[in-house]
Write a protein that binds this ligand. Sequence first.
Ligand SMILES: [Zn+2]
Ligand SMILES: [Zn+2]
Length: 316
Amino acid sequence: MKAAVLQSGRLTIRDVPRPESTPGHVLLKVLACGVCRTDLHILDGELPALRDALIPGHQVVGETAGGKRVGVSWLGGVDGTCPYCLRGLENLCDHPTFTGYNVDGGYAEYVLVREDFVFPLPAELDALHAAPLLCAGIIGFRSLRVAGVEPGDRVGLFGFGSSAHLAISVLLSWNCTVYVSTRGASHRKLAQSLGATWVGSEDDKPPVELDRAITFAPSGDVVISALSSLRKGGVVAINAIHLDRFPQFDYDKLLWGERQIRSVANMTRTDARDFLELAARIDLKPRVTVFPLDQANDALMAIRKDSIDGAAVIVP
Ligand SMILES: [Zn+2]
Ligand SMILES: [Zn+2]
């Protein structure tokens, strides 16, 4: 099969053996695979390489041999026995499998996945529009949960890439008012058109104190901006697997008053099922830009440069 293979810091298109089906796993024909910023962190070595050669990609829409359409996300498996799994915190499992990181992912014509980690997809969504829901959507949704968003809250989204542009629709369905701070005029325009109450650039401060904020950029400075926009008791959830650095900040001014900073780690299967059900109910449809598998490097470059609105999706 054809696949994009990451080796020695380079992603190249090659012919590789098609994976063999094994017990407990299901072989999927890949219909579409979303590109995530995490793929870029893996490519750049900001997440340590775990394998010599790797097929990235963890927002996979695939078809089973029986013709059933399913989704696969970042969490590709857990041990089910560690203290975190036993507490229902499988997102923190001590021995997790991550699709497209410690096992091969969906930048390929076929992918082998654990059969208990595939999700049925809403019939309303075609493969292209379902793919970005599978990490950008699910983990964005988890970020809202981690931030403790309640109906009617004032919520800040800092950064407006593929995850935030899905989160805003979820927030509006909960009657929240949404304040978006992001670089790039086209991202601001998109946020406005999707229903943000206020839109500003990176250096602008929202005109009201926020109940919750979610940061999407891999930048510690953005976390501090979000923190400085919160009311007492407010929460910042960081939706980023990697931050460039974490700046020093003034505890008395920014964190005191029971403000909280929380990271968002991975996802659970419950997050996935709850989010996909909600997405179908509110008719959530991401903006997508399509790249053929041969152009996987261009798709990653588009994410790096923040040059497209919405999500990038690779099609074999
Ligand atoms: Zn991801
Ligand atoms: Zn576990």
